[in-house]
Design a protein around this ligand. Sequence first.
Ligand code: OGA
Ligand code: MN
Length: 331
Amino acid sequence: MANPLAHIDIRTYANTCPRADALPAIQEGALTVRPVFQSADSSFGAEVSGIDWSNPIPADVVAQLVALQDRYAVLIFRQTGLDNARHIAFSQQLGEKLEINPFFYGRENDRLGEPLLFDVANIELDGSLVKLDSRRWHHSLGNALWHTDSTYHQQRSKYSILLSHGNPVHGGSWTHFADTRRAYADLPEEKKAQLEDLIVEHDLWHSRKLASPIVYGNPLPHELAAKPPAFHRLVQPAPDGRKTLYLAAHAKQIVGWSFEDSQKLIWELIDHCTQPQYVFSMEWLQGGDMVWWDNRQSMHRANPYTETMTARDVRRSTIIDDGPWAHGVRV
Ligand code: OGA
Ligand code: MN
């Protein structure tokens, strides 16, 4: 079987955002779009500027951004200056419901104390950096595996919006993104036929265990109860109508297949999707930088925390899907 932990290392990929060799910027009304990947038949990732984040975003600009998002799957905004409340307010313009943080470590232990935001930072309640080998440290390792947020929910989430606060981070602050639409398109036809009808069981505790077998080999009963598995089709239409792979390190088993055969295929496909030609690394440059990705048509991963990394204060809102594929499959 392919080794999932081969994906957990600290690295950047050849393509980056910002790009060293910038492509021509595209003017879309008041917005300037700087694509990461752009070709006649496929685009992926773009930096967007020209938005006035100091006021609520007008409905026509939201519609314009959603159209860009359908096309690029990952939109990056620099120096937005947004705070928690406006981060949440913008997220609520993109869908009716946001995910509620289950406060795994207790609400009293949550640094943000804000149920609509997930604290993905390496910072403890008292401001110190997360301790090597703490349970929280090990929980974070799963984010360094290629994944899609909330595939383990039966009603999945469509968007995630990660916003940074505070000072620039020293020690390499990157998030990596993979284009699952183009990766799907490049598969051989017989492979596509094999995958077409497969249903996948997704389980948060599967990816935690892969990333941290010692600490998360046996999740605690309340953890298991909070996050039971969910079932979704592997091949799905993306918002722009092209087919994509709905895949993540949370993918545990293919319905009707053995665990071993399932993992072999799942990691073969994750390896396929995360080849350098489908991937870019986004660099976090300043507080206020924000990335909005579409979980229905991309995968992403973090670099794992390191002991030399300075405070990395990133906070995520997650927007629940209400589209035709939102509820997955009942098995
Ligand atoms: C997330 C996530 C990546 C990062 O918040 O869902 O995967 O770089 N974050 O922190
Ligand atoms: Mn994630």
